[in-house]
Design a protein around this ligand. Structure first.
Ligand code: ZN
Length: 313
């Protein structure tokens, strides 16, 4: 049976592009690994953040639109994006959020402590200490590598039909059911990053897409051959997957699971070094070749953004 290792990337809507960079690079210390455009809407950035190379399981991506209406987090969405930090790093992050004036609270589930806060657009984020996961080698703006976010710890899913969502996680994606507690069910992929998925067992009412909400979650396929197998499996299971779409840095297939959440299967290869040297990731505006003839216009329309140091207190 096919099994996914876990999350490949998570994609969300936010408002201001510079604010997005200042928060996810400046405050959280992630690396902007790719600055490109929404291939379906070239007047909008598509910004990718991750560890030093943007490894699968570390990548959060954003479509920043200043005029975007505010979304409502709810059913049919990833409700919480969870990041893994090294053991012993929680105190560092509490102090860091305090220094930046970012409100936070501590919650616990399945014996773990989660530090919960929001990004400037309202996206719900949590940090959890985990042993697993390769340490990030990226250090920026006062986040030392020993405390740097390693990648996703996982995600919390909010479904309008939880029983059916959980069947997809277990029987289609091949995640292992790992526990149940206080109305939550935990699933686990075989990877060491982005592998722990918690699902609200009670059906949620529909959320509303918009700034501060997750658009979709992508699961890992290890190569192109396995990706084709995923597509066949999804079609056989009646999910009407899209054709394989070239997203430049991975190939993608999308399908909506019965609980309303947009799922994607994304390939680990080729990755972000395909069109920029590893040392220069995220420093150029990268366009797929079919948009190159419009580069000048696109550059005029997009707001100027920069990765810059931001100050806490
Ligand atoms: Zn995606």
């Amino acid at each position: 049976m096919l099994k996914t290792a876990g999350i490949h990337h998570i994609t969300a809507f936010v408002n201001d592009a510079q604010q997005n960079v200042d928060f996810h690079a400046g405050v959280l210390g992630l690396r902007l690994v790719k600055k490109t455009i929404n291939f379906d809407a070239p007047e909008v950035y598509h910004l990718y953040f991750g560890n030093e190379s943007g490894s699968p399981g570390t990548i959060i991506t954003f479509f920043p639109q200043e005029q975007a209406r505010t979304g409502v987090i709810g059913g049919g969405q990833v409700s919480i994006t969870v990041y893994a930090i090294p053991k012993g790093s929680m105190e560092f992050w509490v102090s860091r959020l305090d220094a930046f004036g970012i409100g936070h609270e501590t919650t616990s589930r399945f014996g773990e402590t989660f530090l919960k806060f929001h990004d400037p657009s309202g996206l719900q984020i949590e940090l959890v200490e985990r042993e697993e996961g390769t340490p990030s080698r990226w250090s920026f703006n006062g986040v030392p590598v020993e405390h740097a976010i390693k990648g996703f710890g996982g995600a919390m899913l909010s479904s309008v039909s939880s029983a059916n969502t959980m069947i997809v996680l277990e029987k289609v994606l091949g995640l292992q059911r790992a526990g149940e507690e206080d109305g939550l069910v935990r699933f686990r992929g075989f990877g060491d990053i982005g592998q722990i998925i918690d699902v609200n067992a009670a059906d949620a009412s529909w959320g509303n897409p918009g700034a501060g909400t997750v658009h979709h979650i992508a699961w890992r396929a290890k190569d192109y051959e396995e990706h084709e197998q995923w597509r066949e499996l999804l079609a056989e299971a009646g999910f009407h997957p899209t054709p394989v779409i070239d997203r430049q840095y991975f190939n993608a297939i999308y399908f909506r699971e019965p609980g309303g959440i947009l799922f994607e299967i994304a390939t680990d290869p080729p990755g972000f070094a395909r069109d920029e040297a590893e040392g220069e990731l995220g420093t150029h505006l990268m366009l797929p070749e079919w948009y190159e003839p419009q580069r000048e216009l696109i550059e005029q329309v997009l707001p100027k953004i920069e990765v810059r140091e931001v100050e806490g207190n």
